[in-house]
Design a protein around this ligand. Sequence first.
Ligand SMILES: Nc1ncnc2c1ncn2[C@@H]1O[C@H](COP(=O)(O)OP(=O)(O)O)[C@@H](O)[C@H]1O
Ligand SMILES: [Mg+2]
Length: 490
Amino acid sequence: MEFEELDLEHIGFIGDGAGITWAPLILIEGKEREVGTEELVIIENLNGNRVLAVCRRGFGRSPGLRRDRYTPGRAYVRIGRRPSSSRDSFDFELSVIGEVAPDGLRQNKLIIAPRSEVYRFRGGNPFTLMKVDMRYEVGYYKDHKEWRVPALPEYIPYHIGVFCTTGWGKTSLVRHKIIPLLREAGYGVLVFDWKGDDYAPYFPGKVIRADEIILEVEERGLDDMAEHLIERAYYCGSSGYQGAIRYILALTDVLHNLNLDEIESGAELKAILLEETPKYIVNYASTRYVDENIRLFKSYFSRLSDSIFDECLRRMREGRYSAEDVIEMARGDLRVIDLSGRESDEKLRIFLEIARVLRYRMDVEKQRIGLALVIDEAPQYCPYGSLGLQRETTRMIVDLCALGRSYQLPIILLSQGIMGEIGINAAVRRNINTWFVGKVHPLDRGEAEKLLPDVDLEFLQSLEVGHFYFFGNMSPSPVPLLIRFEVEEG
Ligand SMILES: Nc1ncnc2c1ncn2[C@@H]1O[C@H](COP(=O)(O)OP(=O)(O)O)[C@@H](O)[C@H]1O
Ligand SMILES: [Mg+2]
């Protein structure tokens, strides 16, 4: 949209002390009832350019009521009468977003002149002035549903962080806005769903359960299973493992040749094993004893309960996918790994297994990946002070971040805390270049102040659910923008 097509309304003038990135706005009488914080405005700079800015801190002034001296106004108040409003005024501090140029927004370099006129938008999307591709959006601008806020997809591989206290909309933002944006930009998405209820229920048909993934370090062989079964069958009457080796070998052969898809229950598995194993015992027993061995096998094996075979079936069915398979499935598509029901260390091992493959492909094979990793509950993977396995996952995430920039592997980290004990590891945090920050934990006030220097901290702390400040290199604005989004499931 061109500037001339926008519908603007005059709301005030620039006051004394304006700079290049900052300017005070004095509102025309009555406008203080209509213009709120985070409103976007245009400054017709008397020094010759046109500047887009945003209202931040607001002030109401009434010099007749000053606190540090006696005034007639204060005397009126003391006797219960309303003091005069004739000297009242209302100001906003404006943060400059940029200079409006025909080819988009660029950095403002001119001092903003006091007395310049200030306008607000009544119609048209101010973000179209940025002249960036509006296909990539992260939500809408605070109260204006039709003002879609664009994002710059070329910076996606510089990694994204989403922070706010629990229950204030991190997961929802990622589900509704960031994942669709990643897909639109051509990335496959692999989500690690720590609790299994944040993503898995919303992406039917795209979920991989943790127990479907084979962990190389603890791959359970069918040999172990055969040994286990024969042991449960009292080694078919032999004195121990050595004596029962022929049964174990025979059973292993049968298990290797099974077609799991055709077996429906433990009882059915048991029947097949009882039927098939004798055919293989022939290969391992000496001719003299074959018949006796088969008889013993049948007699002991048939006493095992069906539930033992149900368990075997479950274990054989799990571990269908290797880390490579998972990556292939997610590429150009989306997969959610449902980590629920596993010990924390096991969840981290699954992450590591997949991450190791990705690191190898980037570091050694120099492969472009094109896959985004969504790490919700990030402090579980890379906490502030990491010990044990978390230390390994933290290092791994740092490595992935460093390589991911060159090989298109963006990482999206979600955390309730930014720094310190509730936050994520500093080495990881340094790799985040695009930020979504909502209402933060009180322990993070200091950090929030550093990240959002011109935002009123009290306002930040009172943000409603689903409101985030968006800033960093994916944002076309140099100053944070307050965005919102709708949660329409389905
Ligand atoms: N933009 C929004 N509008 C309305 N409700 C929202 C919005 N974002 C989140 N919610 C609601 O808030 C609750 C918590 O959201 P969630 O994304 O799980 O937060 P978090 O991941 O930060 O703990 C959910 O019930 C969700 O439906
Ligand atoms: Mg969440």
